[in-house]
Design a protein. Structure first.
Length: 95
């Protein structure tokens, strides 16, 4: 049996420094595919970096790691409401 993890966060700052060890542990239990989920700009960049390194690293030749590039809903809400509130403030303060 092979295992697929469709929602992982090796790009989490707490795990990122040891992501290769976590991946080796996953492979040791017949792990085959991972989808590393991004939640903001920095997590997305780390997800891409991990996917690129795995693709080019012989030690993980039978394993695939994909990067899901997106934003967490709370991140989207924060960005949207901040932009909206800035626009409303400018509109309200105009004479």
């Amino acid at each position: 049996m092979k295992y697929f993890d469709f929602h992982t966060h090796l790009n989490d700052p707490k795990l990122f420094s040891s992501w290769k060890q976590y991946l080796q542990d996953f492979i040791s239990i017949w792990g085959k595919w991972l989808i590393n989920i991004g939640v903001d700009d920095s997590w997305n960049k780390r997800a891409i970096l991990i996917a690129e390194e795995v693709k080019n690293y012989r030690g993980f030749i039978w394993t695939k790691v994909l990067a899901s590039i997106w934003y967490h809903p709370s991140e989207v809400c924060f960005r949207y409401t901040k932009d909206l509130s800035d626009d409303l403030f400018r509109w309200w303060s105009e004479d």
